[in-house]
Every structure is written in C-alpha cells, then in structure tokens.
Design a protein. Sequence first.
Lengths: 267, 266
Amino acid sequence: MGIARIRFKFEEWLDAFGRLVKFSGEIVRGVYFGRVITFFGEALRQSGVLIIGSAVVLWTMMFFIGLQCGIEGAYLNRALGSPAYAGLFTAWCDLREVAPYAFGWMMSAKVGTGIVAELGSMRINDEIDALEVMGIDSVLFLGATRLLAAWMVLPFVYIAGIGGSFFASYFAVVQQVADVSSGGYALIFWLFQNPPDLLFSLIKAMFMATGVVLVACYYGYHVTGGPVGVGVATAKSMVANIAIVHLVAMMGTVVFWGTNPRAPIGG
Amino acid sequence: MNFGSRAYEGVREFLAETGEMVILTGKTILSALKPPYPYGGEFVQQFLFALKLCWFPLMVATVAFGYGAPGLQAAQVTSLFGTVDRLGGFFVLASIREFAPFVTAIVTAGVAGTAITADLGARKIRDELDALAVLGVDAIKNLVVPRFLALILITGLFNVYALMLGVSGGVVATVVFHEPLGPFWATFFNNASVADLWGSLIKTTIFGAIISIICCYKGMSAKGGAEGVGRAVNEAVVMALITVFAFNYVFTQTLLATHPEITQFR
C-alpha cells in the first residue's frame, strides 16, 4: 500500500466524516428549533417503537453487566481482604462506567442497526423519494423524529436499566457470593454515589445514544446498491458506532470524574 | 391475538431457533472434521477479511476502555490511599479476566459478525445458496465452516492484542497520575497467572464460536427482500451480544469459583 493510496483512503474517510457531521447538523437543527413539532405524531410513534422493541433488550444487557460487576467486585474485595467494600466496586462499575457502556453497545446493536435497516429499505424501495415528491422534508420526518423520540424516551429507559444493574449487582454480591450482609453492602454501595453521579452517567449515556441515532440515520438514509447495500450499510454503521460509544465514554469519564473522584474518602 | 398466545408464539419461535442453532453448531463441527477439506482458501480469505475490518475499531475500543473505566476510576481510588502502584494488579483482573475478552467479542460481533450476516443474507435472498445446493455444493462445509474457524482463531488472537492495548490504557492512566511505571509492571506481573491467561483465551475462542454460528445462522435464514437482510443483521448482532454476555457470566463465575488461586492479591 503506497502513500498515495493511504492519502486517498484518508481523504475518502474525511469526506465521509464531513458529510456525516453536516447531515447530523441538519437533524439536530430540526429538533432544536422545534421544526420537528410538525411531525410530533410520528415522533410519538417512534417512541412507542423504542419502548416496545428495544427497552427489554437494553435492560437485559444492563442486567448481565450488573451481574458481571457484582462477581468481579465480590472476588476482588475478598482478595483485598475487605469483602464489605464490594459495594464500592459495584457502585462505580454500574453507575459510572460499565452500565453506560452496555447501554451504548446495545443501543448501537439494537436501535442503531434497526434504524439503518429500516431507512435503508425505505431508500432502495424509493419511499424516501416518494416523501420528497409529496413535499415532506424527509430528513425532518425520518431523522429528526427518531432523534426526538430517543431524547424523550431513553433517559427513562436508561435510569430503569441502571436500577436493573443495581439489582443484579446486589444479587451477585449478597445472594450469590455472600461474603457481605445485605445491610453492610447497601451502606457502602449508597455511600459511594450521589445524585450528581447519576446525572453525569445519564449525560454520558445520552451523548452515546444521540451519536448512535445520528450515525444510524446517516448510514440508513444514504444506502445505495439494492438489498445487498442495506446489509452492508448496517454492518458499516456498527463500526462507526463502536468507535463513537467508546470515545464518548472515555471523554465522559475524563470530563466528569477525571480530576475529582467524588468519593467520601479523606478530605 | 391476546397477550398469552402471543407470548407463547414468541417463546416457541425462540426455542425453535435456539434448537436450530445448536443443530447447526453440531453439523459445523462434524463437517469441519470429516474429510474432504475444501475450505482452506475461503478460511484464509475470511480470516484476512475479519482482520482488515476489525483492527482499527478494536484498537480504539480497547485503549479507550482501558484508559477510562479501569484506568482513571481505579487510579482515583488507589491514589486516595496513595497506592497507585496497585493499579498493575488491578489490571490483571480488569483487562485479562474481564474487558479484553468482552470488548474483543463486542468488536468481532459488531464488525466481522455483521459483515458475515450481511454477506450470507445477501446470498440467501439472491437465491445463491439454493443455486449452490442445486450444484451439489454443501453450504455448511464451504461457507459456514471457514467462517466458524476463522472467527474462532481471530477472536483468540485479537484477545492477546486487546489485552496488550488495554494494559497500555492503564499505563497512560498511571502516567497521567504522575506515577512511575516500574511498580505498575511489578504488581502486574506479580498478579498475572497462567490460569488467567488461559481462561481469557478459552473464553474468547468460545465467544468467536458463538458469534460465528449466530451470525451465519441469521444470514442463512434471512428472508423478505431488501428489508430482510437489514433485519437479519440487526437480530444477529443483538442475539450475539446477549448470548456472549450470558455465557461470559457463567464462565467467569465458574473460573473464579474453581480457581481460588487466581483471586489472591499478591
């Protein structure tokens, strides 16, 4: 692979990235300036689709992650000789780091690829062109309504999922490994978190969700190449989404907890 | 249709699908072992394809995860106690035992798995699979087996790569906290054990098997034209992630409970 080819690849990538940002800007403007209110009914329908189709899957994933955090926390703290402090590990694992990751992964797997498949098949069946012909702003009708639906519904889904992962950690630490009593676990668990942590975690998750929805809309809206193209675009959107989810999560950690551990230890 | 019968239908469909996947797994393993072995070329091609697609997302994902989650957060707790050198020991748990395997699984399922489903799904709806059957070519031997073997091998190899990059995230976190790296490596190698590494490798190869079977099955059973391929990819990646995490929980729990020596902090 010569230099020219690398340069070509890089330019191609940069070009695609620019288009993605421009398209995302269009969608976000549509929601931010309230033009999407015209299609509020469609946004409500999309919210319903999110709740019925995706909420349970998201919760399942976050539940498994909670179990995982629980057993790792229990065994780590047993090894350190402080089994009562398993709550410190699970509180941070669930709330700050891994549950948002699980949410992001499942968002890109379930909601993201779902949107690409749906919009992509609309594109190759010429339904998007039909919308344009009827004088409907298709970016607003297809993209902005989905983003608005995500913003309306996902905070609640996410907080419920966090609750699920808390329960799962409790189950793994107290009921399964059983090194610490229920009350002793709860004391440390609730000591090492407070409402601002939940808010930061929610902000992190919502940035991930927004990124996933925007990327998915971009890939779905610009599908080319028939039925095969839909599959290829769906697969490609996962690549971009995985990178976005991880970068957002890392940036969130750096911004919210990077210089201030927010832990009740010492001064 | 009332809720009861809908739930019944859903459960029945799920069980039928699971059964078919188990059958596909058995057939794939048998067909991989029984001669003839015509899948060599396709195997190499699939391996290189997955390598080409996955290496960059894997790098971004593992470094970001290693720096953010176990790196910064654990460094903060340990720096409150003045023992940031213990981060090395923590990374054995965090990176080798936990997140390197599952980030590898996420990236492989999300990138290579979706590509496999899209590819096989496209062949299915263009009736190419039926054409192969008419020509007397065994689709399982020629399409599923090479993908199965390629993903098993590549997730195992990616795991090594992922845990090195994940630990490098921890190195960055240590440097950010202005700590020397010597103690980090000392506690890391004190705590690292062969059982951990083998557990991690076996776990990821099984992840690879799960992902390849689910993605091949979903691709080969795609139906319903254009929308069908997209929907197959969607279902495949969701199912692969949930199955991988459920399996991960059972595996980790068994490993930790049966090998008490790896849970000792040294």
